[in-house]
Design a protein around this ligand. Structure first.
Ligand code: ADP
Ligand code: ASP
Ligand code: MG
Length: 433
């Protein structure tokens, strides 16, 4: 018998039918002899709808009030799921994040979990009651309700699993695992039976939204056995762990394990894409020592991280150069304002800012020791006529910024070029793509 934390995402609980399906699945897990704690997201597009309501009355909704509003979404789904389970004859009770002991800091909209004190959840489990916990929310010591950032229910689930000492944390969603690329964009994407937390961190940081990045960080730090699987099918899903799967999990018939051999050793394990990037170009910078450093200092003073930088020589005669940076949209605006304030001192001519770009990344442990990966990437993209604006590389990732219109095409091109295409088209389980 295991203790399993299962998290169900928004599309998995989007209406009464799906809530009932999820309830039946929870009962099946219980009947297989396991204890469970359930984390749920808000139903379907509820969080977006609540945001729209806020924007209907406020141009810049105050962060505290916005969090108070958004936490309501998960209250609805938790209470309905508890009702659906009771209808099936189970003891079940819903809990808000605060009731479940999720203590956070006060960064409304992007709060960090400081501590989980899950005594009420432990009591419920011990009494045979299925606890249903609101994802994406917690409370600060002083002022109540906070949210963890979009997609944050995964983080609630893993933090709870760590606090409860659960055997497994299952992220149940509308795809049956973590794929080599977003199966909605790359039809020939393949499910990854297992990957390391390091690979999962890179994939989730650069576009694989199937897992909230911070959930992987917590799983890594607290050694939580993490699994992504379909909310509706019985497939093995994807294990995110740094060691071989424990023998008891492999032999446990009710916890289906990778039925196939691990994916063959390819250099690249996945391709991600994201459209949340903007490109900021500082045009006409005097090419004298120290200016690049001065520009960089202004930007890093305004934003938390700068991932991608490029430099072009505009003209040898004028001695002017251009610098480009790719940053998430809001950061780019902030950096542009900071540069404008310093224009005179920095001596550049003008700034251009466009959000008509996206970022494609290839990620893989094998890249560490394979320098020819970048050559292969550029060759594949240039053969297909994809323009590359900027490049960034880490030990196990290579990212390029491309025009928005070429983003999805570039993702498919790289997926094919690095030998990741499967023979069959992936299915997006449970829900139409
Ligand atoms: P949930 O509502 O269950 O939290 P999300 O919408 O947050 O679900 O995440 C699931 C979606 O993530 C999938 O429908 C898929 O389109 C997208 N996705 C992006 N990259 C990947 C990937 N590499 N593997 C699987 N799904 C991915
Ligand atoms: N409901 C929240 C969101 O839409 C949290 C989540 O789904 O994980 O972002
Ligand atoms: Mg999600």
């Amino acid at each position: 018998m295991a203790l399993i934390v299962q998290k169900y995402g928004g599309s998995s609980v989007a209406d009464s039918d799906r809530l009932q399906m999820v309830a039946r699945r929870i009962v099946a897990t219980r009947e297989a002899g396991h204890d469970v704690a359930i984390v749920v997201s808000a139903m379907g597009d509820t969080t977006d709808e609540l945001l729209q309501l806020a924007l209907g009355v406020s141009t810049v909704p105050p962060a505290r009030e916005l969090d108070m509003l958004l936490t309501a979404g998960e209250r609805i789904s938790t209470s309905l799921l508890a009702m659906a389970l009771q209808e099936l004859g189970q003891d079940a009770a819903s809990f808000t994040g605060v009731q479940a002991g999720m203590r956070t800091d006060e960064a409304f909209g992007d709060a960090r979990i400081l501590e989980v004190q899950p005594s009420r959840i432990e009591t419920a489990i011990a009494a045979g009651t299925i606890p249903i916990i609101a994802g994406f929310q917690g409370g600060s010591a002083d002022d109540g309700e906070t949210t963890l950032g979009r997609g944050g229910s995964d983080t609630t689930a893993v933090a709870l699993a760590a606090a409860l000492g659960a055997d497994i944390c299952e992220i149940c969603t509308d795809v049956d695992g973590l794929y080599t690329a977003d199966p909605r964009v790359v039809p020939h994407a393949r499910r990854l039976p297992q990957l390391t937390t390091e690979e999962a961190l890179e994939l989730t940081a650069h576009g694989a939204r199937v897992l909230h990045r911070r959930s992987v960080e917590i799983a890594r730090r607290h050694d939580v056995t993490l699994r992504v699987r379909s909310s509706f099918g019985d497939g093995a899903g994807t294990w995110v762990i740094d060691h071989p799967l424990a023998a008891e999990l492999i032999s446990e018939p009710t916890i289906a394990t990778p039925e196939e051999a691990p994916v063959e050793q390819s250099i690249v394990s996945g391709v991600t894409h994201t459209d949340d990037q903007s490109m900021l170009t500082v045009v006409g910078v005097p090419d004298v020592p120290g200016t690049a450093a001065a520009i960089f200092a202004v930007i890093t003073g305004a934003v938390a991280t700068v991932d991608m930088v490029g430099q072009t020589h505009t003209s040898a005669d004028t001695g002017l150069i251009d610098f480009s940076f790719a940053l998430p949209g809001e950061d780019a605006t902030r950096a542009a304002k900071a540069l404008q304030r310093e224009q005179e001192r920095l001596g550049f001519r003008t700034l251009t800012l466009t959000d008509d770009v996206g970022k494609v990344s290839i990620v893989g442990d094998g890249m560490r020791s394979t320098p020819q990966v970048s050559a292969q990437l550029f060759e594949a993209l240039s053969e297909e006529g994809v323009t590359v604006h900027l490049i960034a590389q880490s030990e196990i990732r290579l990212s390029v910024v491309v025009p928005m219109a070429q983003l999805e095409h570039a993702t498919r091109v790289l997926h094919r070029a690095f030998g990741l295409d499967a023979a069959e088209v992936a299915t997006v389980a449970g829900v139409a793509a």
